[in-house]
Design a protein around this ligand. Structure first.
Ligand SMILES: C[S@@+](CC[C@H](N)C(=O)[O-])C[C@H]1O[C@@H](n2cnc3c(N)ncnc32)[C@H](O)[C@@H]1O
Length: 277
C-alpha cells in the first residue's frame, strides 16, 4: 500500500509563505493597532527605535524587511524631512502595502530584495533598520550585507526576539507545543481542521543578545547600544488575560536584571570611520 507523505516546507519556504499574500499582510498590519499583546510589543519596539534614532540627524535610511511599512509611516510622520527612506522587502505583497500606506512620495522609495543579497551599491546608507527580520534569515549572510551598504560612521539598528526571556521560554517551550499536541488530539477526535488548535511553522531562529553582539562585531560593526524592549513578567497565555502597563518608558530597559524580561532586544552598531551626517 502506498502512503503519501506531506513534505515539510523548508525554513525559507515557510518564511516566504507567511508574508506572501494580502491576508497575511493585512493580519500583520492589523496586529499593530489596538490594546492586544502584539500591539504593545510593536509600540515598545517603535519606542526603542525612536530612542536610538533620536541622536541621528537624518540622511539616507534603509528599512530592510520593512513589512507593510509601519515603521516607514511612523518615521515619515514623526521625523518629517529627516530621512530619505528606502523600504526593501522580499515580499511583493509587503512592498505593495508600503506604497498603499505612504503613497507615492519623493522621500520614500521601495525596492524588492533580500537582506542576504541586497540590490544596493556599497556604502550608500547612513542608517539601516532591520526590525523583526533577522529571526527569519541567515544572519551570517545578512549582517555583512548590512555592513556593506552602510557608509563609514553609519548606524545599523537591528532587533531580535529574546530567546532567554521567560516569555519566549514559555511561549516556545510550553505554549506552542501544547497547542500542537491539543490539535493532534482534536484531529484524532474528528474535530474539523478550522476548529482545531495549532501553531504555524514560523521559521524563527532567535539568538541571545551576547551571540548577536558577537556576530555584529564579526561583521565589522561597533556595538553602541543594547535595549531590551517589551519588558513583561507575564508569560503566555496570561499576557492575554491581564492588561499590562503601557507607558513606553516602562517597556524598555538598558540596565539591570529586569532586562531579561524583555521579550526582544535592539542593538545599534556603527561602521568604523567618520560619523554619518
Ligand atoms: C515580522 S515582519 C517585520 C516587518 C517590519 N520590519 C516591522 O518591524 O514591522 C518580517 C518581514 O521580513 C521580510 N523578510 C523575511 N525574509 C526576508 C529576507 N530574506 N529579505 C528581506 N525581507 C525578508 C518578510 O517578508 C516580512 O515582511
Amino acid at each position: 500500500m502506498s502512503r503519501t507523505h506531506t513534505k515539510t516546507p523548508s525554513r525559507a519556504d515557510a518564511v516566504t509563505a507567511q508574508f506572501a499574500g494580502s491576508p497575511e499582510v493585512s493580519e500583520y498590519a492589523a496586529a499593530h493597532s489596538g490594546g492586544g499583546t502584539p500591539a504593545r510589543y510593536y509600540r515598545s519596539r517603535f519606542h526603542a527605535v525612536d530612542s536610538v534614532l533620536a541622536g541621528c540627524p537624518g540622511g539616507e535610511l534603509l528599512d530592510v524587511g520593512c513589512g507593510p511599512g509601519m515603521l516607514v509611516e511612523h518615521l515619515v510622520r514623526t521625523r518629517p524631512d529627516a530621512f530619505s527612506i528606502t523600504a526593501c522587502d522580499q515580499s511583493v505583497a509587503m512592498i505593495d502595502a508600503v506604497t498603499a500606506k505612504v503613497g507615492h512620495r519623493e522621500d520614500v522609495r521601495v525596492s524588492l530584495g533580500s537582506v542576504e543579497k541586497m540590490p544596493f551599491p556599497d556604502a550608500c546608507f547612513d542608517v539601516v533598520l532591520a526590525t523583526g527580520v533577522l529571526e527569519y534569515v541567515n544572519v551570517d549572510r545578512a549582517l555583512p550585507e548590512i555592513t556593506r551598504v552602510l557608509r563609514p560612521g553609519g548606524v545599523a539598528v537591528v532587533t531580535m526576539l529574546n530567546p532567554l526571556s521567560p516569555y519566549r521560554l514559555v511561549e516556545w517551550g510550553l505554549y506552542w507545543p501544547a497547542r500542537r499536541v491539543l490539535g493532534r488530539v482534536e484531529a484524532a477526535l474528528g474535530v474539523p481542521p478550522q476548529h482545531r488548535h495549532g501553531a504555524r511553522r514560523t521559521g524563527i531562529r532567535a539568538l541571545p543578545a551576547r551571540r548577536l553582539r558577537h556576530k555584529l562585531s564579526g561583521a565589522g560593526l561597533l556595538v553602541e547600544d543594547l535595549v531590551f524592549y517589551d519588558v513583561t513578567y507575564l508569560v503566555p497565555p496570561l499576557d492575554r488575560l491581564r492588561r499590562r502597563r503601557d507607558d513606553p518608558d516602562s517597556t524598555v530597559r538598558r540596565r539591570g536584571v529586569g532586562r531579561i524580561l524583555g521579550t526582544a532586544y535592539l542593538i545599534a552598531a556603527r561602521t568604523p570611520g567618520r560619523s554619518a551626517p
